[in-house]
Design a protein around this ligand. Structure first.
Ligand code: NAD
Length: 429
């Protein structure tokens, strides 16, 4: 298992293995990604020069269905990182019982340095390079860091041109006008909201007396902040990459979202706009936000935010991971020893891929759902799987993260065994 993220994820897997009876063949077949593709993408730049970018698509495991995973555009994208993310997707899809395997893609590029035309040529060039490797029944793409509905639209169009047939189901997270699903944009936050709402009563925490701090005020964090605010929770702190704001009595989240959309910075509202005087009491750093004495902490920004270095300072009672991998495995042990309950990313942020699944279903059936239908199906799936994982954690007295991996591993193990393993043949199972 190469790469720090993948080896960290591997440690979580090792812990979960103790609690399953999954066959050795199944464990062996999950050790490495099934297929890893590296491609070179030549792009004619606006100034006439030619630039070649490196792209990747990894299918980690497709025993439970076609690969499913986003495409990331970032200067730090490497094959190792894409493999790690594909590994996570495999477990996330299994934990939520989605009929998909895990996959991921990426291009090593800083998209902010490209014009929109260059970005389109790069996106179409990526599909030209991987077209034989993807498909609605093979491997389905979606947005990830620095890719969005517009990019997904170009990708779906390019794939359709190559295949000479309209193929909306090869990509999810598309524009609604090209077969995208209602509710996809808010799906991650909505999914996290349903998990929080279903789990808090177990800790006897009514919304009105529950304080929440959220790190990251982007697509996932800001929408979740507003959902919690509207449900009566006291969201006392939020932050973005520039810093955060805090109010003991609770922040006025709709005003902050409005302000952020116009100013692009949360902190800018402090003592610049009248709203700040009525809502925010203090400016605080991201480090301060993580260590606030709150009931619920939601990391919704980046990976590796809570590590061995700061885990001992965390005072929240519960953490709901909306970001992928915000807590390292070393930090997990410290949090657990301090009695802090962690709800893991592969459950909490799975609303995005779940609604991607709904989009794929709608594309293939040709029948499109209302927003109410999407949210209702999402709620059902998130609450049901959160309860399943909760029951495993309770019955085995293990952390929710280990329970989520146990849950996913059992489904993966069953599927791998059903295909035929040594145990399957020997025991006639
Ligand atoms: P985004 O780009 O919309 O927002 C990210 C936010 O984090 C921004 O507000 C940014 O300012 C803030 N940020 C960046 N660096 C920070 C720092 N050092 N400290 C505090 N805040 C910082 O991204 P997003 O789509 O909201 O995704 C956030 C996280 O959720 C990522 O880890 C992503 O992988 C995960 N996630 C998102 C989705 C989804 O559908 N959006 C699905 C699953 C997982």
């Amino acid at each position: 298992m190469a790469g720090s993220l993948l080896s960290d994820a591997g440690q979580r897997l090792e812990q979960a293995l103790k609690y399953t009876t999954i066959s050795e063949d199944a464990i062996e077949s999950l050790k490495f990604p099934q297929t890893s593709l590296t491609v070179s993408i030549p792009v004619r730049m606006d100034d006439g020069s030619l630039k070649v970018f490196q792209g990747y698509r990894v299918r980690y495991d497709d025993t439970r269905g076609p690969g499913k995973g986003g495409v990331r555009y970032h200067p730090s994208v490497t094959l190792d990182e894409v493999q790690s993310l594909a590994f996570w997707m495999t477990f996330k899809c299994a934990a939520l019982s989605l009929p998909f395997g895990g996959a991921k893609g990426g291009i090593t590029v800083n998209p902010k340095e490209l014009s929109r035309m260059e970005l389109e040529r790069l996106s179409r060039g990526y599909i030209d390079a991987i077209a034989d490797f993807i498909g609605p029944d093979v491997d389905i793409l979606a947005p990830d860091v620095y890719t969005n509905a517009m990019v997904m639209g170009w990708m779906m169009d390019q794939y359709s041109i190559i295949k000479r047939q309209i193929s909306p189901a090869v990509v999810t997270g598309k524009p609604i006008s090209m077969g995208g699903s209602l509710g996809r944009e808010s799906a991650t936050a909505m999914g996290a909201f349903f998990v929080i709402q279903s789990m808090l009563p177990k800790f006897d925490r009514p919304p009105e007396t529950t304080t929440v701090a959220i790190q990251g005020f982007g697509n996932a964090g800001a929408i979740l902040a507003e959902l919690l605010y509207k449900a009566g929770f006291k969201v006392v702190a939020v932050s973005d990459s520039q810093g955060g704001i805090y109010s003991r009595g609770g922040l006025d989240i709709p005003s902050i979202r409005h302000f952020k959309e116009s100013s692009r910075r949360i902190q800018a509202m402090y003592c610049v706009d009248t709203v700040c005087h009525t809502t925010a009491e203090e400016v605080l750093t991201n480090e301060d936000l993580l260590t606030l004495d709150v009931d619920v902490l939601v990391p919704a920004a980046l990976e590796n935010q809570i590590t061995e270095a700061n885990a001992a300072n965390i005072r929240a009672k519960m953490i709901f991971e909306v970001a992928n991998g915000p807590i390292t495995s070393a930090a997990d042990h410290i949090l657990e020893a301090n009695g802090i309950y962690v709800f893991p990313d592969i459950l909490v942020n799975a609303g995005g891929v779940t609604v991607s699944y709904f989009e794929w279903v709608q594309n293939r059936s040709g029948l499109y759902w209302t927003l109410e239908e999407v949210d209702q199906h999402l709620k059902h799936r998130m609450v049901q799987e959160a309860e399943n994982i909760w029951a495993i954690a309770r019955d085995l007295s293990i952390p929710m993260r280990t329970a989520a991996y146990v849950h996913a591993l059992c489904r993966l193990g069953d599927a791998i065994s059903a295909k035929g393993t040594r145990d399957y043949y020997l025991n006639g199972r």
